[in-house]
Design a protein around this ligand. Structure first.
Ligand code: FUL
Length: 483
């Protein structure tokens, strides 16, 4: 009888262990999962504004000024690739309204410039160079248009939507459609040179405008300051909060009843909202130099600064969108090329060897064979370790066998099932005493923890201290910063 009871309990446990794990809260779409894989990408600003040495073109620059002496899409893309960037977004039209492709929607476009004798299409050249070098491609088409005479009238929306349709039809699959909400009011507007205010809650009709994006480019992640697929992190400094949730709920500003782009600056943007309604991870956008456009007086950020931003963006479950500014030749300055290359090497060398590889792992709880701790070291984020449904706290003892020196710990949650973990600590064994080296909250798609200084030990413990549901973790790594 006793045996039968034991057997029944064992069977019940087995069934429980094998039951599929229920997702927690908002979960990412297929499109967003592909975006998470991109991690670091670039945003190219290059229009007549470059030749005016400005940040916001007024919309009155003569198209003849757009005359790069040695434009080279391959040079730009290869430098980006050396920096480890996996995608490129081209600002196909900035606030000045100048279109970098021969659009039918406005005369203010590249065909009126000396570039390739008026036969050029820079969107095509960048898109082709990106794809040739294995980078994804996306576009930014500014809704604010300081050149267009129709801007501010009801007729402009159709023009803007037609521009998006051209960009969505002619340049292959896009990984992002980037929309910003800036609107400074004044502009050239076909010679009127006046201030035109719009009601950003209605003017761009975002619900219907983005329905076009969904229909024509279903894999394009829509970025805006208030989110949609990807939200703005709330600063242009390149980092997310230490506690960083991929979930968010855009809220209408006081006195309005809709949340639309152009209203951001939520205090919650850098951190996200725990248990927010939607999966809307943050993008940390930051220019490689000081401005988004090229200015000879500025310098690119150093590789060390870029590496730190990488840890504080990608390493906090967000994306890093690095602004690239070609000079008036139409190439990235040599200093930018060197900075990108050194940054790329730093990331590559630092994360080349997982020092936990070959370690012996023991978990205080495991859901069953499919979810074993061995999954944490297989370099495959599709497989993961999980606990049984009732277990929301667990520890993993990591025996490195021989002492290893490291200063970065890497953790990855299995995000297709949502962001679950809310608290954890990392301990190392030092002189036979367990010492806490880090205490954290969120993990998400990727968590890169830089310890205060390098530590040497042969035993590490990861304690998941808080989770509302059973735990799922896909990767664990220990690394040594290698400049
Ligand atoms: C902002 C724009 O106003 C800047 O000029 C730049 O394009 C940046 C990426 O987005 O909102």
């Amino acid at each position: 009888m006793k045996r039968i009871i034991v057997l029944c309990l064992f069977m019940a446990n087995l069934v429980a262990a094998q039951q599929p794990i229920k997702p927690y809260g908002a979960i990412p779409s297929k499109r967003q999962l592909a975006w998470h894989d991109t991690e670091v990408y670039g945003l190219i600003h290059f229009t007549p504004t470059t030749f005016e040495n400005k940040e916001w073109g007024f919309g009155d620059a003569d198209p003849q000024t757009f005359n790069p002496t040695a434009f080279n899409a391959d040079q730009i893309i290869k430098a980006a690739k050396a920096g480890g960037l996996k995608g490129i977004i081209l600002v196909a039209k900035h606030h000045d309204g100048f279109a970098l492709w021969p659009t039918k929607t406005t005369n203010y476009n590249i065909s009126k410039s000396p570039f390739r004798n008026g036969k050029g299409d820079m969107v095509r050249e960048i898109a082709q160079a990106a794809r040739k070098n294995g980078l994804k491609f996306g576009v930014y088409c500014s809704p604010w248009d300081r050149n267009n005479p129709k801007y501010g009238t009801a007729e402009y929306l159709a023009i803007y939507q037609a521009q998006l349709k051209e960009l969505y039809s002619n340049y292959g699959q896009l990984f992002m459609s980037w929309h910003d909400g800036a609107n400074g009011g004044d502009g050239y507007y076909g010679g009127a040179r006046e201030k035109r205010s719009i009601d950003n809650t209605t003017y761009y009709d975002w619900n219907n405008t983005w329905a076009i994006t969904r229909k024509m480019q279903p894999m394009a992640n829509i970025f805006s300051d208030i989110g949609w697929d990807v939200r703005w992190v709330g600063n242009e400094n390149g980092y997310a909060n230490e506690t960083s949730w991929a979930t968010f709920t855009p809220m209408p500003p006081k006195g309005k009843n809709v949340a639309v782009p152009g209203q951001a600056n939520y205090p919650e943007s850098p951190e996200g909202i725990r248990n927010g309604k939607f999966w809307m991870p943050a993008e940390c956008d930051v220019p490689l130099r000081q401005g988004w456009f090229y200015h000879a007086k500025e310098q690119p950020k150093t590789p060390t600064v870029l590496f730190d931003l990488y840890l504080k963006s990608v390493g906090r479950g967000a994306g890093l969108d690095l602004g690239l500014a070609p000079d008036t030749r139409g190439q990235l300055h040599e200093d930018d090329v060197v900075a990108l290359q050194s940054f790329g090497n730093m990331v590559k060398h630092t994360f080349a060897t997982n020092l936990a590889k070959g370690a012996q792992l023991k978990a205080s709880n495991t859901r069953g064979k499919t979810y074993t701790v061995a999954n944490l070291l297989d370099g495959n984020k599709q497989s993961y370790w999980a606990t049984t449904d009732q277990v929301h706290q667990a520890s993993i003892a990591i025996d490195l066998k021989t002492p290893k020196t490291f200063d970065i710990v890497s953790l990855q949650e299995y995000i297709p099932l949502g962001q679950r973990i809310e608290g954890y600590t990392i301990e190392i064994l030092e002189n036979n005493i367990w010492k806490k080296v880090y205490e954290g909250t969120s993990i998400g798609a990727k968590r890169l923890i830089r310890l205060e200084h390098a530590v040497t030990t042969n035993k590490v413990r990861l304690n998941i201290t808080k989770s509302p549901v059973c735990i799922t973790l896909s990767e664990f790594g220990l690394y040594r910063f290698t400049p």
